[in-house]
Design a protein around this ligand. Sequence first.
Ligand code: UT7
Length: 335
Amino acid sequence: MYTSKITGLGYYVPENVVTNDDLSKLMDTNDAWIQERTGIQERRHIKKGDGNSTSVMGVKAATLALERANLVPNDIDMIVFATLSPDMYFPGGGVEVQEMMGMRTIPALDVRNQCSGFVYAISVADQFIKTGMYKNVLVIGSENHSGGLDFSTRGRSVSVIFGDGAGAAVLSRNEAGKGGILSTHLHSEGKHKDELALKGPSTGHWVPQIIAENPQEDIPYYPVMNGQFVFKHAIVRFSEVIEEGLQANNLEVKDIDMFIPHQANLRISQFIQHKLKLTDDQVFNNIQKYGNTTAASIPIALTEAWEAGKIKEGDLVVLAAFGSGFTWGSVIIRW
Ligand code: UT7
């Protein structure tokens, strides 16, 4: 039995910075509200003509991750691509990455678990490496939110939160007993699927049906979120799944060197930090700069924390996420 280890990390965000003041010119919102409720100061949005898309940003992040892993595209045995905002309804982003990076005809799997997407994707990659089936798996989380948000006042409680970007990690085979990914724990609770969702266009909500059901309104294929409900569940599930991961490895909260939470809301991260009694040095947040980039938020934050020298060999690193579905999960890593 093998274990898997993260051997390369990379991220990419579009150059176009959108501040809270910029958003206040489009809708009835303001910098004070956004900062107080979410901690977000600015986010990045793809700009028309800049050449970016969910897959293109994924390739940019992946190219850096491969370089840092000292690998070339031909070394990759599988792609796991997490996104809720693929370039096309089908096929998914994984095959676009395979093509753009000139890879062999390796498997490309798309993961649709929204904010938990990267944690789920890491878990999938980890299983393929553990069993010995593959040596190097490329895991990508990438999102183009700005193309699909309602920037009128009606959509303000959702659209101020989300930003665009991509992060990637290369997982490689590691000899058992030499650290790497110690465990992953995943969960779902579909009864809350409507609390944070984008319902159409889909087979349940095709465009003609959406128009017929909403004749007086703009066509509502925008995401909807019951913010307070999601918030309350997030703080419970985050804590539970971190404890679950630690217990499975006979570890305690005091053993954590670095906790990278999915960047949903700075208040959620701070609540968990407080609950687990973690110091500021044990937690990394960057939602202030990028907003919530969903499947991309953990790999972007992990890469930034690693680049800043905040993660060293032997450190215990904990990743955790919660989001639409609901889905949630944690990853415990001995770096
Ligand atoms: O990543 C996936 C998981 N997602 C999450 O974990 C998100 C969890 N939820 C949240 O982060 C928060 O619930 C939000 C940031 C989305 C909202 O914050 P809140 O403190 O729960 O605000 P609220 O929705 O209760 O709204 C409070 C007020 C309302 O006005 P009234 O009814 O009190 O007059 C809203 O209409 O704030 C108003 N509001 C805004 N005002 C200015 C909502 N959005 C905005 C806005 N600017 N952008």
